[in-house]
Design a protein around this ligand. Structure first.
Ligand code: G1P
Length: 303
């Protein structure tokens, strides 16, 4: 599938503090959702959307991510020798996915904040890129990444993935200031307010972890970093760069069709896991039975 956007960045250098102690040794990107680690869902989404150049920005202690996507011919040979063809195929398929997405890894370096990995990955790049947080999982007929690419192809401007939210949740998200409601969920926005109080929220949309970033936004990140180096204050945030850009040029939001699961905190992570397991053809019926049984009054026997 040929698209105008070939590149994507997945910032994966975070500590996963909200999920400690689970994430003490396991990167949060490697926690399972359904029968795959969460970052594999993101990579699948990107590859299904025609992305052929994925940069995963990592930090120390994230080797498991590389291990997961790397081919493992020894394991595959052993499984085939044991007649475990399905498992061998499944292991090979993950490496094939990584190959199709041409995954490369970059060590994050620079000031604190979620703009830094984007800037690291954008070095020497002069084309729009997708940025997807690694802790969101989408279930959608048209992948979220593809919905974002379509919006970019319509506007040729930066695009933010949005979902409707309850105003009471505004403290958790960047909330866009909507200037104009266009067709098919496309919104012209004039900026984002980070985590406002409900009464100060400028709309009832949440920025979720997906962006089309243009070279103009990268210039703003560079400018922020230059000022950071000069003054040694503040952190480098994508939202600040988007707001600086939006004060002069057009920025859009795309309301995404689909179901969104955040896996970055314990409660939402459990919901994501449970929802995926329920939708699984083999595990779904088992879980439904379990929930049904748990809801029944105890009879003194278990089967
Ligand atoms: C970041 C963004 C915020 C967005 C959120 C979505 O915040 O700054 O605008 O709503 O991701 O997950 P964080 O959750 O990293 O603080």
């Amino acid at each position: 599938m040929a698209t105008t956007i070939r590149r994507a960045v997945i910032p994966a250098a975070g500590l996963g503090s909200r999920l400690l102690p689970l994430t003490k040794a396991i990167p949060k990107e490697m926690l399972p959702v359904g029968d795959r680690p969460v970052i594999e869902h993101t990579v699948r989404e990107l590859v299904a959307s025609g992305i052929t150049d994925i940069t995963i920005v990592v930090s120390g202690g994230k080797n498991l991510i590389q291990d997961h996507f790397r081919p493992n011919p020894g394991l595959v040979a052993q499984l085939r020798a044991d007649g475990k063809t399905d498992y061998a195929d499944a292991v090979e398929e993950v490496a094939e996915l990584a190959h199709r997405g041409h995954i490369t890894y970059l060590d994050q370096h620079g000031p604190y904040g979620n703009g830094t990995p984007v800037l690291n990955a954008a070095r020497g790049v002069d084309e729009p890129m997708l940025v997807l947080w690694p802790d969101d999982v989408f279930v959608a007929e048209v992948p979220r990444a593809q919905q974002l690419i379509r919006a970019y192809e319509t506007t040729h401007c930066p695009v933010l993935a949005l979902m409707p939210m309850d105003r009471s949740d505004s403290r958790r998200y960047g909330v866009p200031v909507v200037k104009e409601d266009l067709d098919d969920g496309l919104l012209r926005i004039t900026g984002l307010i980070e985590k406002p109080e409900p009464e100060a929220a400028p709309s009832t949309y949440a920025a979720i972890g997906g962006y089309v970033i243009t070279p103009g936004i990268v210039d703003e990140l560079r400018e922020q970093t230059r000022r950071w180096h000069e003054h040694r204050t503040g952190e480098i945030y994508l939202t600040d760069a988007i707001n600086a850009f939006a004060s002069r040029r057009a920025v859009y939001g795309q309301v995404i069709q689909g179901r969104w699961y955040d896996t970055g905190n314990p409660a939402d992570y459990l919901v994501a896991q449970f929802a995926h397991a329920l939708a699984h053809p083999d595990y779904g019926p088992v879980l439904r039975r379990l929930v049904h049984d748990i809801d029944q009054p105890t009879t003194g026997t278990t089967t």
